[in-house]
Design a protein. Structure first.
Length: 573
């Protein structure tokens, strides 16, 4: 007898093949039968007019901590994501030495925008080795989850405070490499590391992995190559705009040394900067010639990110802005009201050194979000340019005065500059490249600033009823089989008899995501942005219903996916 039978669904199987109508029977966590099914089932449902697809795979998340207080990885699971890749950007919660939990929590709070209170109250912090961390999650999560091991954690475990600013001795480097081996023996998917200039710890210092020299990175890459089903995720400063020659050399050499794919986050596509995509993908082309593979993650939607002059956000990362925005609020307001200071801030924001953050410098395009004073009554939802014209101010001055009236608590929404037809056409072209993969949601991070998790439903809705840049079958393949193959997931990513029953059932006429809204449901009543799923009828993880009509079932059928056992080695050719 089947556990569940989905009757008469439109099957989009994840391979890119044309859709077809069939029944799908689930038994013991697997897809038992596809076709005209007559076998009895304990439960069944009529899915006529609905699409049944493989569960989506999100290749870049930071659910490492959230899964302890939210085993459903919301809102990703709501939006059809059944497998998440965590441990990215060099940041993981393990290995962890006793006494280092506070440093790790403060680092994660600063660099990934996680609530410090939630980190303190929501996770047990009871592990030491990476395997113990995986064991703490196993059997209690509703999604499948695999984790890279973070370079920062490896360095901190061996070098202590000297990991920031120091270089390992030969003995220490051997210990760092040994820790990586132990983590992969326990199931880590490989190594993640960062050299990005935007990544600082809770003390404001460059995170540990930023101090690593190429020899250390290559030693770790070679270790990755000794384990089945592993790979590398790496961030460098040029990921945000354009790689330097040295960065391309490093990414290519790391992938070739490991003989494993290396992915990076995130390729930003903007027709106003036509040279960016060819420059970034030159790393992929060089890697293939060297025996490696470098894969760029890119988002298929524009993910709004709110800003504030009162809290740490992307504005702080504009060169020269950090010292001003790091002042106590009264001093910060005084500085921002100084015309000379504003002029210098604008100059820096619009200069070449600002890189991709130049996109944030068009303050007339900002939309005012939540406000907190009578002086700002009626401004929510209005564009700064219009308010500035009414007041006879330049847009940045106007924005500063609005924020100052709220004690800098005003929520700001910068409107994207790359929402033009030319940029969307360039995206559609870029997606066809063999080393470009959809993803980069950062789900689980920057919780009160952005909500990237719903990219799956938004993208499919756009493909069906919006821009229609790719067909449904190809869109599903890009969200399922493509990332599953990158990670070497065993028997996941397709609707195929005998494969794991990770499935999403949705209404093609409705599938979409609601607007992001601020909710207070983290430990300590901390806020985060959430967005409801629209048109998703049900989600199954390993054959068990985990979501029905945007409501979690309470079941925790997810599995911690471990390298070698649940992933296989993927050729870099």
């Amino acid at each position: 007898m089947l556990d569940h039978l989905v009757r008469g669904a439109t099957i989009v199987d994840g391979t890119g093949a044309p859709s077809y109508t069939a029944d799908v029977g689930i038994r013991d966590g697997r897809i038992a039968v596809i076709g005209n099914v007559t076998e009895e089932a304990r439960t069944s449902e009529d899915a006529a007019g609905l699409v049944l697809a493989p569960g989506f795979v999100d290749p870049h998340t930071h659910y490492d901590a959230q899964l302890f207080w939210d085993p459903y990885a919301t809102p990703s699971l709501n939006h059809g994501v059944t497998t998440v890749a965590g441990g990215n950007c060099g940041f993981t919660l393990a290995p962890l030495k006793p006494g280092d939990a506070d440093y790790t929590r403060r680092m994660m709070s600063k660099v990934e925008g996680m609530s410090l209170v939630a980190l303190e109250e929501g996770a047990p912090w009871s592990w030491n080795g990476f395997g113990e961390y995986l064991d703490a999650l196993d059997g209690r999560i509703a999604v499948n989850a695999g984790f890279m091991v973070g370079h920062c954690a490896l360095r901190r475990y061996v070098m202590g405070p000297d990991a920031v600013g120091g270089q390992p001795s030969e003995e220490q480097l051997a210990q760092i490499v040994g820790l990586l081996h132990a983590a992969m023996d326990a199931g880590a998917w490989g190594l993640s590391t960062t050299q990005s200039s935007t990544h600082s710890d809770g003390d404001g210092q460059p995170v540990a992995s930023r101090h690593a020299r190429p020899a250390e990175l290559l030693a770790l890459a070679r270790a990755v190559g000794e384990h089945e089903g592993t790979q590398i995720e790496a961030i460098v400063a040029g990921c945000l705009d354009q790689f330097s020659d040295d960065e391309i050399d490093l990414l290519v050499e790391m992938s070739a040394a490991a003989g494993r794919p290396l992915n990076w986050n995130v390729l930003t596509v903007d027709a106003a900067v036509p040279e960016r995509v060819p420059r970034q993908l030159s790393a992929s082309e060089r890697a293939r010639k060297a025996g490696g593979r470098v894969v760029a993650l890119t988002m298929p939607i524009l993910t709004p990110m709110n800003m504030s002059l009162g809290t740490f956000c992307a504005l702080n990362l504009i060169p020269g802005w950090g010292p001003v925005l790091g002042l106590p609020v009264p001093e910060r307001i005084a500085k921002l009201r100084d015309p000379a200071v504003r002029a210098e801030m604008l100059r820096r924001a619009r200069s070449k050194e600002a890189g991709i953050f130049r996109r944030l410098a068009n303050f007339g395009r900002y939309v005012i979000g939540d406000t907190y004073s009578a002086a700002n009554a009626g401004l929510t939802g209005r564009v700064v340019k219009d308010i500035a014209q009414e007041r006879g101010q330049d847009p940045f001055h106007c924005l500063v005065e609005i924020c100052a009236a709220d004690g800098l608590r005003t929520v700001l929404w910068p409107m994207p500059t790359d929402n033009d037809p030319a940029s969307w056409a360039l995206r559609a072209e870029t997606w066809q490249h063999e080393d470009v993969l959809l993803g980069g949601s950062d789900a689980g991070a920057h919780l009160d600033r952005m909500c990237g998790a719903p990219y799956t439903t938004r993208f499919i809705g756009d493909c069906l009823r919006g821009r229609k840049l790719v067909g449904l079958e190809q869109a599903v393949k890009m969200l399922t089989d493509d990332p599953a193959r990158l990670f070497g997931l065993r028997e996941r990513g397709r609707i195929h008899e005998g494969w794991h029953a990770d499935l999403v059932l949705f209404d093609p006429e409705r599938i979409d995501a609601g607007q992001a809204r601020l909710v207070h449901d983290l430990p300590g009543d901390s806020p985060r942005l959430d967005a409801r799923a629209i048109g998703v009828r049900a989600v199954w993880v390993n054959g068990v219903e985990a979501i029905r009509d945007d409501v979690v079932s309470g079941a925790v059928p997810g599995k911690v996916l471990r390298s070698g056992t649940d992933t296989r080695t993927v050729s870099t050719r």
